[in-house]
Design a protein around this ligand. Structure first.
Ligand code: ATP
Length: 219
């Protein structure tokens, strides 16, 4: 059977990845040590199997080597998460995404060869904090330690003004990559496009610059 992804650990995080990938028509091998979880996902994933992912022989028997992208979503049991990641790197899996429980866990995962380490609670906390500080900040995506993309509502301060007028790039060092208006999206907007209060701006830049932009223009 064709399988595009494997999801190991079907808690809230791994479970929603498995469901979403399956709903998008991807073939998912779902693995969990807990029989109840496997029963829950057997009609969602292409193939759901009870297995201990720290056991290399078991993963080999499941044909994990033929899967390009494996997501390790074991949270609480940090030891199992680390051991599973080591086994997957030893097996030469092309892409391994692992959920980290804390910063220390994240550091270890990076050292042992995880390709992508995600920290959903921390990242979602940051996004919500941004949104709490300013209700005009609709969304926030961290690109690296220093760079992000934010989605902000134009609001009254930008209403009726153009990008030249606001001089966003020169004054704040940020780039407006798109402007959403109702159902349409204007990618790479022209400098003399006039903004409206209800427009949504998608802006990329260094965190310091974005903060200055938010302080001056978003309220
Ligand atoms: P969430 O917050 O996403 O619900 P969590 O951080 O609470 O997840 P856990 O409950 O620790 O995550 O683990 C998620 C799943 O991983 C559980 O269903 C658990 O049975 C499974 N799991 C833990 N260790 C192993 C293992 N060695 N092999 C396979 N599955 C495992």
């Amino acid at each position: 059977m064709k399988r595009d992804y494997a999801v190991i650990g079907l808690g809230r995080f791994g479970g929603s990845i498995c469901t979403e990938l399956s709903e998008e028509g991807r073939h998912v091998l779902a693995i969990d040590a807990d029989e109840d979880k496997i029963n829950e996902f057997k009609n969602i994933a292409s193939y759901a199997v009870i297995a201990d992912s720290t056991d290399e022989a078991t993963l080999k028997d499941l044909g994990i080597k033929n899967i390009d992208h494996v997501i390790v979503a074991i949270g609480d049991n940090i030891q199992a998460s680390i051991l599973t990641t080591v086994v997957l790197t030893d097996l030469g899996i092309k892409k391994i995404t692992v959920k980290a429980q804390n910063d220390y866990h994240e550091k270890i995962l990076n050292r042992i060869g995880a390709d992508q380490v995600v920290h959903p609670e921390r990242d979602m906390g940051k996004r919500i904090a941004r949104n709490i500080i300013s209700s005009n900040i609709l969304d926030y995506l961290e690109l690296s330690d220093d760079y992000s993309i934010v989605e902000v509502k134009a609001g009254k301060k930008m209403d009726g003004r153009t990008m030249i007028d606001l001089d966003i790039r020169a004054r704040y060092g940020c780039n407006v990559v798109a402007v959403k208006r109702e159902d349409s999206i204007n990618v790479s907007p022209a400098a003399d496009d006039v903004l409206e209060e209800d427009d949504t701006l998608i802006i990329i830049g260094a965190d310091n610059d974005l903060s200055r932009f938010e302080r001056h223009l978003v309220f």
